[in-house]
Design a protein around this ligand. Structure first.
Ligand code: NDP
Length: 296
């Protein structure tokens, strides 16, 4: 293996440490304690784990965590009423509604009801549009922000002129990732299920972001020598060796590691960065709402 492994777990721990320090400063200098409200509808076990982890990490950073666990039968109007209360609550600076929502609730109606200033997931059309037009106050979705922070760290700050390929065009990862890379002056290509000759397109990329949801789809011989590969995929498969479930990414890790300059592992790469970036977005939002400087 020749590639450098980008350790997202360690990167996220350092980021959470600096967020914790900033929260302490905001409390001492401005009596401001950032608060994050997380809303979960239903009892999906994976979502429950995410919400618990978010709550724990929010409290560990010295912030307030408000968890709202609602029964799966909650009506759309009841959920809208809760969001309205959270929008009006001065202790709540960030609101996250865990997706997916049950089929009887209109997801886009719920996301649009969140005050854009508190939309720490960056899914409100005001923030999506703000990201597209380069509005510096737009809140960007957490997973792509985490990918960008790791890339900027690897390239010592500047990505200008790099050929970046984003595989996947979802609203949660692919599209905002492409916008963030464009903002950094990369030459951006977005690939999807209808892209012709994806291996060939990939071989021209200095940066590859794989956000597809297909286990180990990106093979080693797709990677340009020295390219940096960020693997967003989380796929649960059965291990051939142990016959137990295991997580793999969208990139064939050991093959890619022979050619890439650097890459992120799964688990331990992009995953840990997502919650750290959620905390970061919450602190940034709290500072904007309180009209004080944010030093993150
Ligand atoms: P979506 O299913 O919403 O989007 C997948 C994208 O991949 C689509 O744009 C689709 O194209 C494209 N695609 C599917 N098959 C192919 C193919 N054969 N070749 C090229 N492109 C293809 O997924 P998400 O963006 O929500 O998530 C992607 C992955 O990232 C998942 O594994 C998910 O679990 C993971 N994830 C990880 C997070 C983290 O914190 N680490 C956070 C969010 C997601 P088309 O549009 O044409 O259908």
């Amino acid at each position: 293996m020749t590639a450098e492994i980008i350790d997202g777990k360690a990167f996220a721990a350092r980021l959470r440490q600096s967020i914790g320090n900033e929260v302490t400063r905001l409390q001492n200098e401005h009596s401001l304690q950032p608060g994050l409200a997380v809303v979960l509808v239903g009892e999906d076990p994976a979502s429950q784990v995410y919400v618990r982890n978010k709550g724990t990490q929010t409290r560990e950073a010295g912030m307030q965590s408000f968890e709202h666990m609602l029964d799966v039968s909650v009506s759309e109007n009841e959920l809208l009423a809760l969001i309205e209360r959270l929008n009006d609550d001065n202790a709540v600076h960030g609101i996250l509604v865990q997706l997916p929502l049950p089929a009887h609730i209109d997801e886009s109606r719920i996301l649009r009801a969140i005050n854009p200033l508190k939309d720490v997931d960056g899914f409100h059309p005001v923030n999506v549009g703000g990201l597209c037009i380069g509005d510096p106050s737009a809140l960007a979705p957490c997973t792509p922000v985490g990918c960008l922070l790791m890339l900027k760290d690897y390239f010592d700050g500047s990505l200008a002129g790099k050929n970046a390929l984003v595989i996947g065009r979802s609203n949660i990862v692919g599209k905002p990732m492409a916008q963030l890379l464009l903002k950094e002056s990369c030459t951006v290509t977005i690939a999807h299920s209808r892209t012709q000759d994806l291996p060939g397109v990939c071989r021209a990329a200095d940066i590859v972001i794989a956000a597809v949801g297909r286990s180990e789809m990106v093979r080693g011989d797709w990677i340009k020598p020295g390219a940096v590969v960020i693997d967003v995929g989380i796929n649960r498969i059965q291990s051939d060796e142990t016959q137990k479930p295991k997580l793999v990414g969208d990139v064939a890790f050991f093959e890619a590691a022979e050619t890439a300059g650097a890459l992120t592992p799964v688990p331990g790469g992009v995953g840990p960065m997502t919650i750290a970036c959620l905390l970061r977005n919450t602190v940034v939002s709290a500072c904007r709402q309180a009209e004080v400087e944010c030093r993150l």
